[in-house]
Design a protein around this ligand. Sequence first.
Ligand SMILES: Cc1cc2nc3c(=O)[nH]c(=O)nc-3n(C[C@H](O)[C@H](O)[C@H](O)COP(=O)(O)OP(=O)(O)OC[C@H]3O[C@@H](n4cnc5c(N)ncnc54)[C@H](O)[C@@H]3O)c2cc1C
Length: 349
Amino acid sequence: MTVNMKPEVLLQSDASLTGSNTLGFSVVAEHLCQVEQLPQLQAALALAKRSAWPVLLLGGGSNLILSERLPGLVIQLNNRGISCLEQHAGQVIVDVAAGENWHDWVAYSLSQGWFGLENMALIPGTVGAAPIQNIGAYGVELKDCFHSLTAWDRQQQRQVTLYPHECDFGYRHSIFKGVAAGRYVIWTVRFRLSTTPDLKLNYGGIAQYLSDQGIDQPQPLDLFNAVCDIRRSKLPDPAQLGNVGSFFENPRVTLAQYEALKRNFPTLVAFPAGEGRMKLAAGWLIDQAGWKGYCAANVGVYEKQALVLVNHGGGDRRSLLALAAEVQQSVREKFGVMLSIEPRQYPAA
Ligand SMILES: Cc1cc2nc3c(=O)[nH]c(=O)nc-3n(C[C@H](O)[C@H](O)[C@H](O)COP(=O)(O)OP(=O)(O)OC[C@H]3O[C@@H](n4cnc5c(N)ncnc54)[C@H](O)[C@@H]3O)c2cc1C
């Protein structure tokens, strides 16, 4: 059923979101609306408030574990547009609408000679969701190129601009996941990019890959292509095999905990995480606990990367979380480390 809520906003009831979550779960939203303009967003939020409906902001659904039926209203932002606000002293400030596809934006930035996002190529999802968990890959995080964002503040009922010091960015973290969860609808994200390349090659086998290709003086496009190739070889394509990328965060431990573990497990993989802490490779822990390639009825652990849980078809949130709990328990028993689930569960468990 489709109801005209305001002249410009269409509200759809019992809408299927099966094609809108990368796990490929069978999901139905009680109500769904797509918004392109700020007044449509305001109208949709006002209706939800009057109706006492919970609201879910949905981007590409690549970091969400959804239940079969979502109560209330799901809002999908379809605003579009990329505009260069400033170009000065080798830098550009570019404003990008939340509804733009992240990877397409990365490719576009490169085509314009705006550099800095190459290492984050091929991350699924939308630009608007990128600040939520401060997305990152191959040694670069969103915060490294972030200038500011504009958002609709649902608490103060006004449009606001937020700068880095207000966002509390950390490893897979920001205020939008923390103290301000649900408060802001991110409308545009502004990036500070460089017109001079500064390639970050020392992470995740990029340098080795380029050297194997015989590229000894890589250009930004070479880095972009290398990241895409490496990712395609390691991660399942959600169109073929449902997944949300890394299912668990890499756990951070103290130096003392790391050293104790390293004594017992000399091949332990870990990276410095600042302030006397180390980040353990969660994929390595899960692999060592024997889960890589494990297949339950409908869900499993990806055969090439143990950090990725997959839906083989017909899986649902319950079966996936049951598998995740088993993985967590066995890693805790073997290493004494608790793994935290990275994607958001909605509705909350
Ligand atoms: C194959 C694969 C690989 C991945 N690799 C990486 C990786 O390398 N690095 C990484 O960091 N992540 C990775 N991810 C996770 C995911 O791609 C990112 O978290 C991405 O930013 C999610 O974007 P989305 O639009 O799909 O958000 P969704 O999953 O739709 O939403 C995620 C969260 O953001 C909120 N949200 C969405 N849009 C807005 C908005 N405009 N305003 C306010 N809140 C909003 C939602 O309510 C939800 O809480 C990967 C996922 C997959 C499937």
